[in-house]
Design a protein around this ligand. Structure first.
Ligand SMILES: [Zn+2]
Ligand SMILES: [Zn+2]
Length: 136
């Protein structure tokens, strides 16, 4: 067990995992989350600033929930957050569709390439050596 200062209220508490905030603050944050969620359901077209003000929550906290995909704004809502890679406006998660698919592609091709390349290189080297020996 680890004793830490709560990031919200500064009190010492037994840190377990996740964000370094105490149980009380975690509970308060959960309550806030439900408030915000209900507010968004009723005010589908509210901006992040409006939601933040109406519920007394930090805009950063709201964006955090959107990134965690806990909060989802409706399609006709003006609310967007930035793609962490290219900055394009997105509705939820961390990356836009393009960046997400680019990342999956490079990840997959990295796996596909890794083994065969080593084999091929060894083959050409052996052939070169044989050609060299043939000349002499
Ligand atoms: Zn606290
Ligand atoms: Zn992007």
């Amino acid at each position: 067990m680890e004793i830490r200062n709560c990031k919200e209220c500064g009190r010492l508490f037994n840190y377990l995992s996740g964000r370094p905030i105490c149980q009380d603050c975690k509970q308060k944050l959960e309550d806030k989350f439900m408030e915000v969620k209900n507010y968004i359901r009723e005010h589908g077209r509210a901006s992040i600033a409006e939601v933040a003000e109406a519920n007394d929550v930090d805009t950063k906290q709201i964006k955090q929930w959107v990134r965690e995909e806990r909060l989802v704004f409706s399609d006709d809502s003006p609310v967007t957050i930035d793609c962490e890679s290219c900055g394009a406006p997105i509705k939820s998660g961390r990356f836009c569709k393009e960046c997400a698919s680019k990342m999956t592609d490079s990840f997959e091709s990295a796996i596909r390439k890794s083994q065969p390349v080593v084999e091929q290189r060894r083959d050409t080297r052996d052939k070169d050596r044989m050609r060299f020996l043939d000349k002499h």
